[in-house]
Every structure is written in structure tokens, then in C-alpha cells.
Design a protein around this ligand. Sequence first.
Ligand code: PFF
Length: 470
Amino acid sequence: MSKLTQNLSTDATEPQGRQANTMWSSRMAFILAASGSAVGLGNIWKFPYITGENGGGAFVLVYLLCISIVGIPIMIAEVMMGRAGGKSPINSLRDLAQRNGLSTRWVGVAWLGVIASFLILSFYSVIGGWAISYVGHAASGSFAGADADAIGAMFGGLLGDAGTLMIWHSIFMVTVIMIVARGLKSGMEKAINLLMPLLFFLLLVMVGYAASTSAFDQGFSFLFSVDFSKLTTAGVLTALGHAFFTLSLGMAVMIAYGSYLPKNVSIAKTAVTVSIVDTLVALLAGLAIFPLVFANGLEPGAGPGLIFQTLPLAFGKMSGGVLFGTLFFALLVVAAFTSAISLLEPVVEWLEEKKGINRFVATLIAGGTVWLLGIATVLSLNEWANFHPLAFIPAFEGKTVFDILDYVTSNLMMPLAGLLTAVLVGWFMKREMVRQELAMDSEGAFNGLMFVLKFLTPAAVMVVFIYNLI
Ligand code: PFF
């Protein structure tokens, strides 16, 4: 039987291509893992500050639109490719290309994602390290009564000190490696089952606290009252770019996670659930943060320092600031861990499969390399702050190694991988294979999804992509 007919005739409830012990134990386990990947620094650090910079409500509305027409369809496509391939992203794509009679060059989509996830983790870990160090600052009461200069000096001091950054980066990476090395069920699922409820709990405590401040209404209307005059073209593009980042798309992560998804789970419903969870967390993070910012007369558009500079000022001024400051940064750390775990998985899965290395060694090799790469980000913040290696290219003028990694992965690699994914599934894969794998209840919904993947998603991503290039 050819692979195609074999796939088409497989009982849809049977896990294919993998042993049952290397699958997520349930739909819920997948939802938690994929939500854990999606919910991260992007939701709690980046979403609030880009919303602040872009004026609030109108930006939020555009962001929701981007999640719907670009994010959800691409997530469905990625999980579908992973489950249909049943292997690591690179080998899944190779299989799919062959089964669809396509050029094996399509494997490039997975390579793009795998390399990008590897690079992203190298700086994600350094920022995760900042968050761990801030748990310590908050708990030891160092925000109490501090003014903007003192808080600024604290943040500047951390970034300027390569040795301290290395320690936190190392602690972060070693923890991630320990979890991933133990395997899908005994490592990742166990950690995620513990960390995700903790994350929701911490978030709700923080929102409850924000709701008790005098400026909750102000924070609420900042997020939800729409004023289009505050929206710029750059804001729209930021929203679209962020939809990718926040849903962990274009990084091969959802392909890898999809490869462990049991066959009887509905991909579309699951992807929609994960996207809703991710969006809710981002909105709740906004609701936790902006009331504190307004209650203390601070600036919502403070940029990347919103969480590390503005918020500590608020914690320093309020009663209960030590407790809630500590809980807030603990929330950030938990969110960062569950995302970092997912960023290591595509490479580990590939090393295990391609090189036949056992999981423990594969994780050590992949994680160790990421740790080494992370040193470049650590140094970019201090010793190499004036080192601009690609300054001869206009787009990279004034960019440090860290800036380049961030720019290339988020603005070029992620959208390109997303665009190619939409084109592959929308235009090139056999429609019947996609239909079988998705097994959607309604034909109309399936046709709608395929239409969006064929036309809307590629068009939207192309616009961002071209804009970023020029
Ligand atoms: N989605 C994560 C966040 O919002 O922080 C970041 C991320 C994780 C991006 C995994 C990409 C990825 F593959």
C-alpha cells in the first residue's frame, strides 16, 4: 500500500507513526501544552507594552482580528501537518511532500522553523533570566519606596552585568533542559500540568488585586475603548507580527506538538481553544498591569521597560507590593518556562529521530548549544552593546547581535515560515488529505478555512513581510 492510501485508510482514532507512550495522554494535555507554549513573555511582557505604545483599544481590536484570520488558520495548518506527518517537523514535512507528490524543498519550511525556534530560545532564556532575578528583587523588598532613578538603575545594573545575566540565563536553561530531557510524558506533561494551573491562579490573583485599586476602570477602558485615531500602519503590522509570536507559529513548535496529538482529537476545535486561552491571558495580563500603572500615575506607553521599570515603581508604592510584586514576576517566570520547553522540542525531536540519539543526550546537545548561543545575547546587553556586526546592511544599522536575532526571527523567519505553511496547505497539499486529517464537522467550515488559508492569510502575511523588508 502506498503511504498515501495507507494514510487515507487509517482508522482516524488510531495514533499513527508513533507509539502510544510518546503521545500526549489526552486532548486536555495537548491544550495545556500548546497553551503553555503560546502563553509566555509575549503575553505578559510584550502584549501589554505594545498595546500601551499603540494607544490601547483600537490596537487590541486589530490584534484580535489578526489572531482570527491569520493566527488560528496557521495554527490549525501546523498542528495538522505535524499530526499527519507523525514525526519531527523536518521529517514530517519530508513525508508530507512525498505523499503529496511535491518537491522535498518544502522541508525548508520546517528547517526555517526549527532554526528560528533554536535562535529564539537563546534570547528568550536570557529574558526569562531577568524575570527570575526580579522575583528575587520583589521578594527582598528592593522596590519599596524606590524612585524612578533607583528602579532604572536596578534594571540598568542587571543588564550591564554580564556575570549576573549569565547566572540567571544558566539557571533558566538548565531547568528547561531538565524538564525536556525527561521526555514528553514524565517531563513535559508533568511540568506543564503543574505550571499551567499555577499560572492561571497567579494571573487571577493579580487581576483581583488590580480590580481592588482605584484605577481599574481606567485600565479597563484603556484596553477596550476603541479610538482609531490612535492606530498607525506600523501598529497594524505590529499586531500581525505579534499574533505569530504569541501563538508560537512559524517556529515548527506546533508541528512538533501536533506530531504527538492522538488521532481522534479535533484539530480545529483544539487550535481555537488554545488561541482563546492565549488571547484571554494576554487581555487579563493587560487588566492586571494597566490599573496599577494608572493608579500610580505612570506612563502606559513606556515600551519594553513597562514591566521591568514602570511596574516595579507601582509595586514599590502600594501596600502589599512585596507580595504582589513577587507573585507577578513568578507568573512571568512560569509563563516563560512553559514556552521555552516548547522551543527546545523541535530540535530535540529531530536529533532523536535523525541521529538516533537518546532523548537525554539529544536534549543536552540542543540545550547546551542554545545556552552557548545565549551568551551572545548576554554580551549584547553590555560588553558588545556597541558591536553592530551587520551595520553594512541598512536594516541592521545600529543593531546588536541580540537585536539582529530578534529581528531576523520575529520579522523575517516567522512570517516567511507562516506564509509558506499557508501556501503549502492551501494550494499544494491534496485537499482530501487535509480534509481527512482535520475531520471537521461541517463542510462549510472546512471550505471557509481553506479559503482563508489560500487567500486571506497569505495576503496578510505578505503585506507584513514586505513592509518589514523595506
Ligand atoms: N508564544 C510565546 C510567547 O508569547 O511568549 C513565545 C514563543 C514560544 C514563540 C514558542 C514561538 C515559539 F515557538
